[in-house]
Design a binder for this molecule. Structure first.
Ligand code: F3S
Length: 650
């Protein structure tokens, strides 16, 4: 039987296990990336493990999430990150140089290579045939130290693209259509592999818009085959030598198939406040729009901003609307500026932001109360914009620019009819992506060779070996789809403590219940209870680290999001799955006891645990590999990795 493209790349990197769905496999990692939110802990853990030097072909530290220098804590973090990159041999991308995924795709992403990143949108370069996976920071630390990355072999789904996109439909509409059909849980445990005749009509940046937002489907990764489009993009970024032809075998078998006829697509929009709440733009047309933002790691490339710029050429942003362009990389800004597009947009009423995540996580450009904001981003979770009860819609740059011109949500086809002279700008790649490289410091040029730790850089929290007895209160009962933004918000006032866990933990789950952190600390142990898809969203390991710091020993949930589940193991918190009836029977404040000797049960491979709630007994399941059980028993991945190193005498 032939192989899928995913299997071919995995096979090339396989160091442990067999490529059978559900089996744990270990793969060699060629490249790693980390960003400023997750990077400080990555390097503190790298230091705590006593590692000397990065072992992967490429390791890159980006500063993108919080680049505005509101406070010395941010600059302290960036200073520490630069020193860590220099000390251990990683590339360092300075604050303002751009968002990790954009800068990585411009400089390093390559077909057939593996990439592990401590950011959930790491799968972005799947559009170039790279197998890229988002993970918790400590997984990246360990991979950077040269160890394999372990993962349960996902199902491989064939997303077969047919036809070609009609006028005004874009790559963003392809992924919004998949979200509409499959929901934010539809990709869990899966790698989406794109095939079919529709693939060749999409440029590499369009493909990367799609693979970027595979994360919103919960997918482990998304990947496209490579072809003339891939080659063309790599030539334009001056890395033609990185091209490698990669296709699945003709007789490859997939676990599932989804067919999308591109020619059936039309402009779509995700309504507040979930990326899968998708409808045609025409269904929500007419609503006043206060703010429009084009940018982020999803649609912040040169070729994403250019269509919006062309639509605005000779026109103006409606006086009732504010429009901001937040480029994904400084290179995109530089090129658009050189070609005169920045001036053109400014003249039309657009404000330009530095290349940063910023508004995507509520840092800057917070919408006004009770207003509509249209963004080309990938997420619109409630409150993520920096204001609770926000109304954030997600759409393509074309739909965003149409709304900025009209001052209300409008299908660009209808705006074109109304204006008479508005044409679909289409997609246009520059002859050469030729921004300067000044802000990307290579390991050879690094000015630092020792760590610089300001007062905001704390210690890595450690946990003892797993307890035999786990009992305590159900400290918080939560609903379905709790995000890592709920657990540890990424807004500026909170994010600045990302390197100081003692302080950061005070904000744990504050968006759900602001008494939680205090109660958890006083309770000295206890449980979290949640519905389906607990921990969806970012790769933020702080969402496991802070509950661990507060003494949470187990989470009982109907299901877990992939990266957060791994992070719970990595920080020694037992993730137990419960059924819906058990979930319904548990109330916040109930006393819970795991009847089994937890340490023995975890280490002996026991799957079913008896959980006593107010005297009633229920069954909870631990679905974990032997390696995950060992990590849990040791008290987390840092302790486990140290144990391993001691045992091997290294
Ligand atoms: Fe940054 Fe938002 Fe992407 S936080 S990495 S722009 S999802």
């Amino acid at each position: 039987m032939g192989q899928t493209l995913t299997e071919k790349v995995l096979d090339d990197h396989l160091v442990d296990g067999e490529l059978e769905t559900g089996e744990e496999i270990g793969i060699e990692i060629d490249q790693v990336l980390t960003q400023d939110t997750t990077g400080t802990m990555v390097w503190l853990q790298f230091e705590a493990m006593g590692l000397d030097e990065v072992q992967t072909e490429i390791a890159a530290q980006y500063c993108d999430h919080q680049t505005y220098q509101f406070d010395f804590k941010n600059t302290d973090d960036h200073r520490f990150l630069r020193s860590a990159a220099g000390t251990y041999g990683a590339y360092f991308s300075r604050p303002g140089n751009g968002i990790c995924h954009n800068v990585h795709r411009e400089n390093f992403a390559a077909p057939g290579k593996t990439l592990l990143g401590s950011d959930s949108h790491t799968p972005t370069p799947g559009g170039l045939g790279q197998l890229a996976i988002g993970a918790g920071g400590i997984d990246v630390t360990v991979a950077m130290g040269g160890a394999p990355y372990y993962i349960e072999m996902p199902e491989i789904v064939n997303v077969r693209l047919e036809g070609e996109l009609p006028e005004w439909a874009t790559a963003k509409d392809v992924i919004l259509e998949l979200l509409r059909r499959l929901s934010v849980k539809g990709g869990v445990g899966k790698i989406l592999e794109y095939t079919g005749p529709g693939v060749e009509s999409l440029t590499a940046p369009e493909r990367m818009t799609i693979t970027n937002m595979g994360t919103e489907l919960g997918a482990t990764s998304s990947i496209f085959p490579t072809d003339e489009q891939t080659k063309d993009y790599l030539e334009r970024v001056n890395r033609a030598d990185d091209f490698e032809e990669l296709q699945p075998d003709e007789d490859a078998e997939y676990d599932d198939e989804i067919v999308v006829d591109l020619s059936d697509l039309e402009p779509l929009i995700a309504q507040p406040s979930m990326p899968d709440n998708v409808v045609p733009v025409r269904e929500v047309a007419g609503q006043d729009v206060d703010q429009v933002i084009v940018g982020s790691c999803t649609n912040g490339g040169y070729e994403d901003i250019l269509p919006a710029a062309k639509m605005l050429e000779g026109r103006e942003v409606n006086p009732t609307t504010e429009m901001i362009v937040a480029p994904g990389s400084k290179q995109a800004s530089e090129m658009l500026a050189r070609e005169g597009w920045v001036a053109e947009m400014m003249a039309a009423g657009v404000n330009f932001s530095e290349a940063t995540c910023g508004a995507c996580i509520g840092i800057g450009h917070v919408p006004s109360s009770d207003s509509v904001s249209l963004r080309t981003f990938n997420r619109n979770f409630e409150g993520r914009s920096g204001i609770e009860d926000d109304n954030v819609f997600l759409c393509s740059p074309e739909v965003a620019a149409a709304a900025a011109i009209k001052g209300e949500i409008i299908d660009p086809r209808d705006l074109a009819d109304e204006l008479g002279d508005l044409e679909d700008p289409g997609i246009e790649l520059p002859d050469e992506y030729d921004g300067s490289k000044t802000d990307l410091i290579t390991p050879d040029e690094a000015p630092d060779d020792e760590l610089v730790k300001g007062p905001n850089i704390g210690d890595v929290p450690l946990k003892d070996q797993l307890d035999a007895d786990i009992e305590g209160e159900a400290l918080l009962k939560m609903e379905d789809n709790i995000t890592t933004d709920h657990i540890i918000p990424a807004t500026q006032d909170i994010l600045m403590y990302r390197s100081n866990i003692e302080k950061l933990s005070e904000f744990t789950l504050s968006r759900v219940d602001d008494t939680f952190a205090e109660r958890a600390k006083n309770a000295d142990g206890g449980f979290l209870v949640a519905g389906e898809n607990y921990g969806q969203g970012s790769s933020r390991e702080h969402a496991a680290m802070c509950p661990m710091y507060l003494g949470i020993e187990a989470v009982l949930a109907q299901s877990f999001a992939r990266i957060h589940r791994a992070n719970l193991f990595n920080f020694g918190i037992v993730p137990l799955t419960i059924d819906e009836d058990t979930y319904e029977d548990i109330d916040q404040g109930d006393e819970i006891e795991i009847v089994d000797d937890v340490y023995d049960a975890v280490t002996s491979g026991q799957e079913e645990f008896t959980v006593r709630v107010n005297g009633e007994e229920y069954t909870a399941t631990l679905d974990a590999s032997e390696r995950e059980r060992d990590i849990l028993a040791a008290g987390g991945k840092l302790a486990w990795t140290k144990e391993q190193a001691e045992e091997s005498g290294s």
